[in-house]
Ligand binder design. Structure first.
Ligand code: GLY
Length: 560
């Protein structure tokens, strides 16, 4: 009998996701790689603030998490200064090169050349990460810049033991890809073999590039020897990024998008990301939805959430793009309570609407990214999402420089004017223009209560990012869920086109699925959405509770 009970208990354990939260009093970093989280916490312990820890964590991720951590990509940072009760954001999204144009991925018939906007160096945008981290440090950092880049140099020079997860990534990647499309030194040791699980992976070329950045700041990347080699490598391998593109790149500080939800203040990323606007629009709709009387994750709940998503994604496609090229975006309107009321009134609670934006009311009428969250001893918080677009971006990089270029040009609308019922959007605000930033879905977010950070959250996942962050924020604010539970709870994704509800495999009951189908929805399972990294602050005691999504085998919340 005892044996049966033990087996039943073990079965229970194995059938449940082993997720947990980490507690800390003084500071915390939650990232996709435990080594990078530890680098950030070391900086906090040396007296650095949340910005210092973020810079160090980001550079460390560029070494230990090359699938998405990067210096060849871009991202967004939201920063809340808890003493001043002030929040700002830094946009270091990649830009289209000067030689780019709106039809660069089309054939002579105007059709998209399959895969062209995501493959090869033509798909690379001008990288923004180094400029963004440098700007954050210049404006808000405390410790010397060199001391924040040095831990990454040490990891690249001395090596770090490759995890089981990344070793397997490497094996799969080399089995699947033509090797001439992968930077030859990626996950390779000095003998040219794939680095084994637990073996130290050293990256001398990357260490040299990082040393130039340590010594010269932003100029170490955008000017001089590194820039020259980027331009040479681009020219020889089909890319169009030049020295001039690099020299002209600047990160931009922007005011955050702000919204409220039942007494909480939500700060998120404005365009060039669509994430903040869509998040606030959906939170405003949910505030009207009477969630007190709707069971969490019931069919009625999923229906309303999906309808809010459908509308927010239709608005995203219609109105949002790079603010420098779209100065008249109706951001105030899209994030207003009145607009949410109109969007909510238009939802039929008994049946699915069709993804036809003309039926939602007029505006004035009526694979891969990574996120980390940081908080320091003074309660200052950073929410930072950075990306190469696909896993390992373009997968190409000069062996002399040791890093990969993004394939972010794929985030532009590739065929001007052509929107289909699949994933293609052709609306004007996000069509390719020289020096334009491509629209993003990254949604680094900080929620505050009474002027102090309450939740720091974000995720990778392409267009699913917006919805994954939205549901996690809702789980914490509306249902008061513990951060690990909020992260792991079932997520759904509806993005206007395709007109479908995607749900996390095994997490939606068959009964719920049947009711949704009867309401007119199409439903489809997906393995998982996102990889959320979150921190909450206990409002009474002030301690920090962090959790990393269990979908990230190397991820960790580290505190002190
Ligand atoms: N590359 C993903 C995004 O920016 O949304």
């Amino acid at each position: 009998m005892q044996k049966i009970l033990v087996s039943a208990f073990l079965l229970f354990l194995s059938a449940h996701v082993a997720y947990s939260q980490t507690y800390a009093k003084n500071g915390m970093v939650v990232s996709a790689h435990a080594t990078a989280s530890q680098v950030g916490v070391d900086i906090l312990q040396k007296g650095g603030n949340a910005i210092d820890a973020s810079v160090a964590t980001a550079f460390a991720l560029a070494v230990v998490y090359p699938l998405a951590g990067n210096i060849g990509g871009g991202g967004f940072l939201v920063y809340m200064d808890a003493q001043k009760n002030a929040t700002t954001t830094i946009d270091f999204r990649e830009k289209a090169p000067l030689a780019a144009h709106s039809k660069m991925f089309l054939d002579e018939n105007g059709d998209l050349i399959k895969g062209s906007n995501h493959n090869g160096l033509l798909s690379a945008g001008v990288p923004g990460s180094v400029a963004g981290l440098y700007m954050a440090h210049q404006k808000y950092g405390k410790l010397p810049w060199a001391s924040l880049v040095q831990p990454a140099i040490d990891l690249a020079e001395k090596g770090y033991p490759l995890s089981w997860n990344l070793h397997n990534h490497a094996v799969e990647m080399y089995a699947e890809e033509k090797t001439d499309h992968i930077m030859p030194s990626l996950y390779k040791n000095e003998s040219g073999e794939i680095v084994a699980w637990g073996e130290l992976w050293k990256q001398p070329a990357l260490a040299k590039t990082l040393t130039a950045i340590r010594d010269k700041g932003q100029d170490g990347f955008y000017k001089g020897a590194v820039a020259k080699e980027i331009a040479r490598y681009m020219k020889e391998n089909g890319g169009i990024i030049t020295m001039k593109d690099l020299e002209k790149y600047e990160a931009v500080e922007r005011a955050p998008i702000k919204g409220t939800y039942k007494g909480f203040d939500i700060y998120s990323m404005p365009p060039t990301s669509s994430g903040g606007v869509a998040l606030i629009e959906m939170m405003n709709v949910m505030e009207l939805a009477g969630l007190d009387s709707i069971e969490f994750n019931s069919a009625a709940y999923v229906h309303i959430v999906a309808e809010a998503m459908r509308r927010a994604f239709a608005d995203r496609a219609e109105y949002l793009g790079d603010p420098d090229f779209n100065p008249d975006m109706p951001l105030d309107r899209l994030t207003s309570k009145e607009f949410a009321q109109m969007r909510y009134d238009n939802i039929d609670l008994t049946k699915a609407s069709v993804s036809d934006s003309s039926q939602f009311g007029q505006l004035y009428d009526g694979h891969n990214t990574t996120h980390f969250s940081v908080i320091d001893k003074d309660g200052n918080a950073v929410s930072l999402t950075t990306t190469l677009e696909y896993l390992y971006g373009s997968k190409m990089g000069s062996p002399k420089l040791g890093f990969l270029f993004n394939n972010e040009m794929g985030d532009f609308n590739p065929i001007p004017g052509y929107t289909d019922t699949g994933w293609l959007i052709g609306t004007q605000p996000n069509q390719i223009q020289p020096e334009k930033r491509m629209l993003s879905s990254m949604t680094p977010t900080i929620v505050s209560k009474d002027g102090k950070p309450y939740l720091v959250i974000g995720s990778p996942g392409g267009r699913t990012i917006i919805n994954t962050v939205f549901q996690t924020v809702l789980n914490v604010l509306e249902y008061d869920m513990r951060i690990d539970k909020a992260i792991e709870a079932m997520k759904i994704h509806q993005q206007w086109m395709p007109d479908k509800i995607y749900y996390e495999e095994d997490l939606m009951s068959p009964d719920t699925r049947d009711i949704l189908i009867q309401m007119g929805h199409t439903v489809e399972a997906r393995e998982n959405f996102g990889r959320l990294m979150g921190i909450t602050v206990d409002p009474k005691e002030g301690y920090y509770v962090g959790a990393a999504d269990s979908s990230g085998p190397d991820a960790a919340a580290v505190g002190y």
